[in-house]
Design a protein around this ligand. Sequence first.
Ligand code: NI
Length: 175
Amino acid sequence: MGLLKIARMGHPVLLQETDAIEMPVSENVRRLAADMVETMHDAMGVGLAAPQVHQALRMFVYHVPAERNLGMGIAPRIMINPEIVPDGEGIMECEEGCLSIPGLRGLVPRYSRVRYHAAGLDGEIIAGIAEGFHANVLQHEFDHLNGILYPMRMTDFSRLGFVEELRRYPWERRA
Ligand code: NI
């Protein structure tokens, strides 16, 4: 186990296409997944995708804190070769940050409901429907597997800011 170095925006690995992971997973993938969970927690993130730790592979880890999901937290999950598709056409605006873009947050339009399907480390199927913050995290992490960072999804760059300034001047208090 160990902490991994996180790639920052500008590093080409974040824009790269990623390769599907062969099942059953190798010991290397198993170790990578464990290290990614540890790195995510250490960095106080809610999600981390393999390209963010310099591995162009189709895997991400995430968790949902209870306070972000009506008291129903989701313990850390490892998603291998995931598929995320919109469920309906509803759109929500999400305030996002990214461990690869430290210090910034931006407002990003996302689908309000998605269906997800992935394999776990032991080949088990992880599937369901997600809404709200959970749906937000899944779409953000899935984008990383396709070389997409959240600013590339933004439609209004006036809604990009430094965390410290946004704390001092929340959007809702602006004119
Ligand atoms: Ni990210």
